[in-house]
Design a protein around this ligand. Structure first.
Ligand code: GLN
Length: 224
């Protein structure tokens, strides 16, 4: 069996939480807040597993791609031979939820903050163009309360860390939330069929509503 350097450092515990009825959702464990995503997915009733090998993709009903650095995640995915298998599963309709850098990975095109094209490996599953680091540098990271379409109750408290925004989207993409900026309202949550993208880090709060929305979407996709 091929070993990945440092794989034991990611002690995600048993491969699932023992739930029998829930869908199996992978969290791409190349970089980022893997454990936090696992925790919120499990709280929403999914079997959640950390994945980093191609062979582990087959049994997934859905996938979360965490935040981090999209260039790093893309390079690691290429190194581990994951890019094409991931693209294939996404083409076949596997639901996915990309958060921050994960949303960038899902996009068909990425731009740098100044609008130049960012040449980096992408999965190209969603008809969105994202602008990386769009709100400014690390120091311009912020938190905001968002009204997210499809979530009931109070606004969602969202943590943005060197976040992208969704600059353009195709007709099959639904905008679920925007945030106001001096340059106008910018799209920060979007859905295209079974694909969900958030520009912020929903795993960094205890509010699991976006994860629950994704788990519901995976459940529905698994029963059709
Ligand atoms: N700035 C990162 C990128 O462009 C994303 C930041 C994040 O995931 N928190 O890839």
């Amino acid at each position: 069996m091929t070993r990945i350097p440092g794989e034991s450092l990611l002690a995600a515990g048993p491969s699932d939480d023992g739930l029998s009825g829930g869908p199996t959702i992978g969290v791409l464990a190349l970089q980022g807040d893997v454990l936090e995503h696992l925790r919120l997915l499990r709280a929403a009733g999914a079997r959640a597993v950390a994945v980093k090998r191609t062979g582990e993709l087959d049994r997934l009903d859905g996938l979360v791609i965490p935040g981090g650095e999209s260039t790093t995640i893309g390079k690691l995915a290429a190194m581990y031979g994951l890019l094409d298998p991931l693209r294939q599963r996404l083409r076949e309709g596997m639901p996915a939820f990309g958060t921050c850098a994960g949303a960038i990975l899902l996009a068909r095109r990425a731009l740098h903050a100044d609008g130049r094209p960012a040449e980096q490996p992408l999965l190209g599953a969603m008809d969105i163009v994202v602008r990386r680091n769009a709100f400014g540098r690390q120091i311009a990271s912020f938190e905001a309360d968002l009204d997210v379409q499809g979530l009931t109750g109070e606004p969602l408290h969202a943590v943005f860390i060197r976040a992208p925004w969704i600059e353009e989207h195709g007709p099959s993409v639904n905008v679920l939330a925007k945030v106001g900026t001096p340059l106008g309202d910018k799209v920060v949550v979007a859905r295209q069929g079974n694909l969900l993208a958030s520009a912020f880090h929903p795993e960094l709060t205890d509010d699991g509503r976006l994860h629950a929305l994704f788990v519901d979407l995976v459940r529905e996709a698994a029963t059709v």
